[in-house]
Design a protein around this ligand. Structure first.
Ligand SMILES: Cc1cc2nc3c(=O)[nH]c(=O)nc-3n(C[C@H](O)[C@H](O)[C@H](O)COP(=O)(O)OP(=O)(O)OC[C@H]3O[C@@H](n4cnc5c(N)ncnc54)[C@H](O)[C@@H]3O)c2cc1C
Length: 451
C-alpha cells in the first residue's frame, strides 16, 4: 500500500509552500514533493522583486513573518519605466529577496508544522480512479514510487507536472499545455559591479529598441553594488529574432556597464506564463496554483506574490473541502472565485495592456513617455489595474501633448474601452460552474482571442 495523506503538494516553490503551510496550519496531513534536492528548494531564476501587499496579507492571515535579514537584498520604493527618450517613476513598495534563503525559510516553517518533504522526487504521472485524481507517481533514487492523497495540488511551475498528465477535457477551462504565444522565455544574470550603481531601492525597466517589442531589460537592485539584470520575450517571437537571447541581453547591458565593470555571480533562464489565469483552476481531486495555473501578471511578470496568495487560497478551500468530503471540481469552486476575484480582472487588463504595448512598439512607448501622455498617477492605475478617469479637458491636453502622433491616442482610447469591458466581465466570474462555458465564450469575444 502506498502512503496516504490528506493532501499531496507537487512543487516546493512559493505556491507549494503556502498551500502546504496553510493546510498544515488547519491540522491536515500534507506531503510536499519536489524534484530538487532539499537544500536547493526555493532557489529559482527570477527577477527577485516581491511587492509588499501579498506578504503583508499573509502576515495578517497566518502570522507568517515578513521577509527579513538575509532574505532581503534591498527594500524597494520606486519602479521606473524608461526609454532613450525619457523616463517615468512610480511608487512601488516592495523588496528584492534572495529567493533561495527566503524559500528555504518557508520550507522550514512547513516542516515545523509537520509537512513531510520528499525531495529529489520528480513527479511523472497521476493516479486517477473513478474520475478523481487520487495521487501521483514519482521517481526516487531510480525507483518508481506512488503516493496518495485526498487532494493533489499542482504547484510545479509553468510546465505543470500534474496538469499536463490529466486526461484531455478533464476540466473545462484548464489547459494541459500552453502555446508558445502564452509563454515568455527569459534570461537573467546577478552581477556585482566594481562601483555603486544608481538603482538603489528601485526596479528599473528599460525599453531597448533591440529587444523584441515590448521587451525591456530590467535592472533590479540587490544592494548598493549588486544588480539582478535580465530580459525576455514571447517564445513565439523567437523564430523571427536574429541572434541569441544572451547576445541581445549582453548588447543591451553593455550600453550601461562595460564587461570590465562587473562580474557575473549567477546566470540562468526560465519560462513565464503570459496570459490571464486559467478559467478553471480546479479538477476532480485537485487544484493548480502559481505558475502552473498562470497566476502571473502578463505585463510585469510578477508571479511570486500571486503564487504565495494562490497557495493560501488553495490551502483554505482545500481544508474546507476535506472537512465536507467534497473534493470535486465543483466542490473546490470557491478557490476559482478567490483567485479570479483577486487576480483575474487585474491580469486580464494587464494582458490587454501588453497587447497594446506590442502594437505601438518601443517607438510608441518612447513617445508616450517623452510627451508625458500618461501621468504618473495614470500609469500607476494601469499597472495596478484600475480604471483611467479622464475628463474632456484632460483628453484635449493629451492630444496636444502627443501631436502629431494622434494614432497613439486613438490606440489608447480603444485600449481603455477594452480594459474596462474585460474588468467588468471578470467581476462577473460565475458562482455556478455550469455557467462557465457562457462566461468564457463572452470573454473570448471581448478579447478577440480564444483563451
Ligand atoms: C527570469 C524570471 C524573472 C522573474 N521575475 C520575477 C519578479 O521579479 N517578480 C515576481 O514576482 N516574479 C518573477 N518571476 C515569476 C516568479 O518567479 C514565479 O511566478 C514564481 O516563482 C512562481 O512560483 P511557483 O511556486 O508557482 O513556481 P516555481 O517557483 O517555479 O516552483 C515550482 C517548484 O516545482 C518543482 N517542480 C517542477 N516540476 C516538478 C516535478 N515534475 N516534480 C516535482 N517537483 C517539480 C520545482 O523544482 C520548483 O521547486 C520571474 C520568473 C522568471 C523565470
Amino acid at each position: 500500500m502506498s502512503e496516504q495523506y490528506d493532501a499531496i503538494v507537487v512543487g516546493g516553490g512559493p505556491a507549494g509552500v503556502l498551500s502546504a503551510y496553510t493546510l498544515a496550519t488547519y491540522g491536515h496531513s500534507v506531503a510536499l514533493l519536489d524534484k530538487k534536492r532539499h537544500d536547493q528548494i526555493g532557489n529559482k531564476t527570477c527577477g527577485d522583486a516581491l511587492d509588499t501587499s501579498s506578504v503583508t496579507m499573509l502576515h495578517q492571515a497566518l502570522g507568517l513573518e515578513l521577509p527579513e535579514g538575509e532574505e532581503v537584498s534591498d527594500v524597494l520604493d520606486t519602479m521606473t519605466i524608461a526609454t532613450e527618450e525619457g523616463k517615468l517613476s512610480l511608487e512601488a513598495p516592495g523588496y528584492t529577496v534572495d529567493r533561495h534563503i527566503y524559500g528555504q525559510r518557508l520550507l522550514r516553517e512547513c516542516e515545523n508544522l509537520g509537512v513531510k518533504v520528499i525531495d529529489s522526487a520528480p513527479v511523472r504521472g497521476v493516479i486517477i480512479e473513478e474520475g478523481f485524481v487520487r495521487g501521483v507517481t514519482y521517481k526516487k533514487e531510480g525507483k518508481d514510487e506512488d503516493i496518495r492523497g485526498k487532494i493533489v495540488i499542482d504547484c510545479s511551475g509553468t510546465w505543470g507536472a500534474v496538469r499536463r498528465n490529466l486526461p484531455d477535457g478533464f476540466s473545462e477551462g484548464l489547459h494541459k499545455e500552453l502555446p508558445d504565444n502564452h509563454i515568455a522565455a527569459s534570461y537573467r544574470e546577478i552581477i556585482e559591479l566594481n562601483k555603486e550603481h544608481e538603482f538603489l531601492h528601485e526596479i528599473y525597466l528599460y525599453y531597448d529598441k533591440e529587444i523584441p517589442s515590448p521587451g525591456y531589460i530590467w535592472y533590479f537592485t540587490k544592494g548598493s553594488k549588486r544588480l539582478n539584470v535580465g530580459t525576455g520575450w514571447l517564445k513565439s517571437d523567437t523564430s523571427v529574432i536574429k541572434g541569441s537571447m544572451k547576445k541581445i541581453f549582453k548588447n543591451a547591458l553593455h550600453k550601461v556597464y562595460s564587461p570590465d565593470e562587473y562580474k557575473v555571480l549567477v546566470s540562468g533562464g526560465g519560462q513565464i506564463p503570459i496570459r490571464p489565469p486559467f478559467d478553471c483552476l480546479t479538477f476532480n481531486g485537485g487544484m493548480v496554483v502559481g505558475d502552473a495555473g498562470c497566476l502571473v501578471d502578463p505585463t510585469t511578470a510578477e508571479g511570486h506574490g500571486p503564487a504565495l496568495m494562490g497557495g493560501y487560497y488553495a490551502g483554505l478551500v482545500a481544508s474546507e473541502a476535506l472537512e465536507t468530503g467534497d473534493v470535486s471540481r465543483e466542490g473546490l469552486w470557491g478557490y476559482n472565485r478567490l483567485v479570479i476575484g483577486h487576480f483575474g480582472a487585474r491580469h486580464a487588463m494587464s494582458y490587454i495592456f501588453l497587447k497594446y504595448l506590442r502594437k505601438i512598439g518601443q517607438k510608441g512607448i518612447g513617445t508616450v513617455i517623452k510627451r508625458r501622455f500618461f501621468s504618473e498617477e495614470e500609469l500607476t492605475s494601469i499597472f495596478l489595474g484600475k480604471e483611467l478617469e479622464l475628463g474632456v479637458g484632460a483628453v484635449i491636453k493629451k492630444l496636444l501633448r502627443i501631436f502629431p502622433h494622434w494614432g497613439i491616442a486613438l490606440t489608447f482610447k480603444k485600449m481603455k474601452e477594452e480594459v474596462i469591458q474585460i474588468r467588468d466581465h471578470y467581476m462577473k466570474y460565475p458562482h455556478d460552474p455550469l455557467e462557465l462555458p457562457k462566461w468564457r465564450k463572452e470573454r473570448d469575444q471581448l478579447l478577440g482571442e480564444k483563451l
